[in-house]
Design a protein around this ligand. Structure first.
Ligand SMILES: *Cc1c(COP(=O)(O)O)cnc(C)c1O
Length: 398
């Protein structure tokens, strides 16, 4: 870093971390290095490359990925962060580092769907057992599920699609006492709105694809590690699998990170405006937004988080058919229908926790809609939604 001081305020860290113009011809942003082969000047240097340090082979990273990793580590307060090819690779790479055949993992029931699938398929095939737990079980409930062979406790707060916010420090303390590593998916809050290492977590994983990249145009995963030994455990697993983030994508992620503070404040403000507007709609049953009291774990959010992002969901009152909901969603003008979120644009999808939740079954037939509030004008978003509710009612009454 060219700036000589260490900064603690997030907006300054986002602007200065992970770049060194003075050693880069004065150019503001780090260059994109494309590399497989990286040459050593002497046999001695070639044969004595230090694991995890320097640049020995393209798959293990170049200064481009390192710049992103340094910036993310700085903003999250991590010992080091690791860039990988996707958020899911961050999830799986982090998990496997801590597990071997015969071990047990506790996974929150509201975890990102593909993380569940990884546990139910690949990990199961390798002889690792997973128990899903009610996200609102709390520290005491978690303590009852701990086994001598429980090596990973995996949290996600708020959880995917249903947004329950867990008592992270309480549960982390129980897991630590039982000898398990504490992993958390911190994608929703980003390092700006939740600090996993202040609350007892060992590893924080991010789908950088979402708010860090921020423009819906690249895949990225980041794994932040609390200490040197945690870093070595996770990096060894990721390196063994050949996980790697492409340099162009690392560049895009780092560029996105620079504006994440301003973007997130806008997502937060608009997200809250729309959540409160939805709450007043007669068609809406509950608004599951961590900053609103209807959301399970709202108290934990208030205590532990510094803000909220633009992703939340709402349920419809009973009685609407699938066709009526389709009439609403099919005709949206601004809101797009598609996987992922965290870009500048608004999204809206139907969600189906009844099809996968096991520890706490989701009521059958209860329509859940997940929205991502982008950077468009809030009044235009409200109009788009109001017209959507008109279509819903028209189809319902037809
Ligand atoms: C999207 C997402 C992931 C996976 O990220 P990809 O980059 O799509 O692989 C992991 N966790 C959460 C919470 C997500 O929303």
């Amino acid at each position: 870093m060219t700036s000589k001081k260490t900064y603690t305020r997030p907006d300054t860290i986002l602007a200065v971390a992970g770049r060194d113009p003075a050693n880069n011809f004065g150019i503001v942003n780090p260059p994109v290095y494309h590399a497989s082969t990286i040459l050593s000047p002497t046999m001695d240097k070639f044969e004595n490359r230090v694991p995890f340090e320097g640049f020995g082979y393209g798959r293990n990273g170049t200064p481009t990925q390192k710049a992103l990793e340094d910036a993310v580590a700085a903003i999250e307060g991590a010992h080091r962060s690791i860039a990988v090819q996707s958020g899911l690779a961050a999830v799986t790479g982090a998990i496997v580092g801590f597990l071997k055949t015969g071990d047990h993992m506790l996974l929150t029931d509201n975890a990102y769907g593909p993380a569940r699938r990884f546990s139910n398929t690949t990990l199961k095939n390798f002889g690792v057992e997973t128990t899903f737990f009610d996200p609102m079980i709390g520290a005491e409930g978690l303590a009852k599920l701990m086994r001598p062979n429980t090596k990973v406790v995996y949290l996600e707060a708020p959880g995917s699609q249903t947004f329950e916010v867990q008592d992270v420090p309480g549960m982390a303390a129980v897991a630590k006492k039982g000898g398990a590593a504490v992993l958390i998916d911190n994608t929703w809050a980003t390092p700006l709105y939740f600090k996993p290492f202040d609350h007892g977590c060992d590893v924080s994983v991010h789908a950088g694809t979402k708010y860090i990249v921020g423009h819906s145009d690249a895949m990225m995963g980041l794994i932040s590690c609390a200490s040197r030994s945690i870093f070595e455990t996770v990096k060894t697993a990721c390196q063994s699998f050949g996980f790697h983030a492409a340099p162009d994508d690392a560049y895009l992620a780092l560029r996105g990170l620079r504006t994440m503070g301003v973007r997130l404040r806008h997502h937060e403000k608009s997200g809250l405006a729309i959540a409160n507007w939805l709450k007043a709609r007669p068609e809406v049953d509950k608004v599951l937004h961590p900053a609103l009291p209807d959301c399970p774990g709202h108290e934990n959010w208030k205590k532990l988080f510094k803000g909220s992002s633009g992703l939340f969901s709402f349920t419809l009152r009973d009685g609407y058919s699938r066709n009526a909901l389709a009439a609403m969603l099919d005709g949206m003008d601004i809101f797009g229908m598609g996987a992922s979120w965290g870009g500048y644009e608004s999204l809206m999808i139907p969600a189906h926790p009844d099809q996968y939740r096991t520890a706490v079954p989701w009521p059958k037939g209860k329509h859940l809609v997940r929205v991502h509030i982008g950077l468009e004008d809030v009044e235009d978003l409200k109009t788009d939604l109001a017209e959507g509710f008109e279509r819903l009612n028209r189809a319902h009454n037809a």
